[in-house]
Every structure is written in C-alpha cells, then in structure tokens.
Design a binder for this molecule. Sequence first.
Ligand code: FES
Length: 125
Amino acid sequence: MDALIPAPPRVLCPAAALAEGTARGFPATAPGFAGLFLVRKNGRVFGYVNACPHLGVSLEWTQDRFLSADGTTIVCAMHAAVFRIADGACLAGPCAEAALTPVAVTEAAGMLCVPADAGRHPATG
Ligand code: FES
C-alpha cells in the first residue's frame, strides 16, 4: 500500500560535489535497494540505478569510475557495455536494446536529491 504522505527525498550530495564531466556513486541504503550513481554532463545531472542490465552487477571500475576515458559514455566494468549518458540506452555490448534504470534527480537548497524509493528492487515492493 502506498503511503499517504510521501517520504522525503533522499539527499545524495551537494550539487557542487559533482563536477562537470564526472560521475559519483552512492551505496544502497538498505537491503532490497541497489546503489545509485550520478553523472554531470553539459550542465545537466543524470541519475541511474547502479545495476547493469546485462547481469545486474555494479558498473564502476573503481570508486566513482563509471565513465569512458574520454567521458562521453558510461561503461560497465564487467563486459564493457557502453551506455549513453543522456538516457542510459545501451549503445554496444551484451545488453544492446536494454537501458540503465533512470532515477529522477532534483536540486534543492544546493543539494542533489532523488526519490526516497530510488533503487528499490522491484521484487521487494
Ligand atoms: S554485466 Fe555489464 S556488460 Fe555484462
């Protein structure tokens, strides 16, 4: 059952902490949740669940390393699937035709926020 009063958004980090052309990961908040990551590109912030549509694993090579060397795409460390930053669509790799799960990102009082249930695994309701 949906709550009558929506949970407040989850605050991820100060907007200034996500520089242009970089990405940043955030851990799962509880069992049943996946981690999230943000990318700032051309002044916009894009958010995704940190789960590759191929096998569901985290995408980063090392902490906060989600992007290709030239910073133009998101790359999965496991099998090198390539994703478009703007919409998470898979451009190449074993999950072609699939996409990352987007997360709505808002900025409030200088902080980047996502819905409280962002990253919740669908099976856990
Ligand atoms: S797990 Fe990401 S490309 Fe295979």
